[in-house]
Design a protein around this ligand. Sequence first.
Ligand code: DGY
Length: 323
Amino acid sequence: MNAKPRILIARAISPEVVERLSQHFEVQSNQDDVAWSQPELIAQLQGKDGVLTTGSQTINAELLAACPQLKIVANMAVGYNNFDVPAMTAAGVQGTNAPDVLTETTADFGFALLMATARRITESEHYLRAGKWNAWRYDLFAGTEVHGSTLGIIGMGRIGQGIARRAAYGFGMRVIYHNRSRLSPELEAECKAGYVGKQELLKTADHVMLVLPYTPENHHSIGAAEIALMKPTATLINIARGGIVDDGALAKALRERRIAAAGLDVFEGEPAVHPDLLTVDNVVLTPHIASATLGTRLAMADLAASNLLAFFEGRAVLTPVNQ
Ligand code: DGY
């Protein structure tokens, strides 16, 4: 009988999925709350045929050269900017991601962050907890209107469409969007969303929501110049990826009240956060939790596991990102 393939699980995941994988593979699982450095990851990958990653591990040419036995990397994330896809393809390594299963949960969170930002929920809670609340005042933490306002979505994939539906049907918002390619007329009608250029979106929207994948081309594509186009009353929400926004420029704009507020779930170089963001009041900061419900995180890990199983059983993987 052939030896079972050897799989590494790079970060703690739902125990049910570890159990499922253990029935088919020889599994080594990092169930501790430890993020390995790149050299540690490479050391752990020695002799492994596959790895389940969370999106935080960098899979590049250097790692692939150091891990010649590796055949598949299954990301339990829809975004896969942690993969150097051409290098993986050149090395004959299959990559997979985890789309769809997190769409609605992530759209829920995008909306929650929009609401918290526009209505100054965390800022006002900090004030209350600090014992500063001494009287009702007509303008105490007066925020920005959400219902009936204009939402501009940059990146109109499945998650962007989920946010558009929530905005249009739930809050009576006017939805405009910008995307690499325009949606079909049917999908635009269903999402009640109108296509506009990026500059027009930035100038017109009351709330700008970023839901696009990160690529080297869109690095800092929301910087000082783009923020300067936004209304002084506007908010900016990023649930996409750090690196799309120039966090230093954003912190400066927030401090100078060039825009009203921002809500950020993702950061360039996370888990580090630009120190200037930590010193401004009008920003809501969350630690990359848009897909974080236990049910959705289980479904994401389970899809990654299904990809590993399909690959080693010689079937087509379910959600490939290359080949
Ligand atoms: C994704 O799936 O890309 C998320 O950012 C991970 O939580």
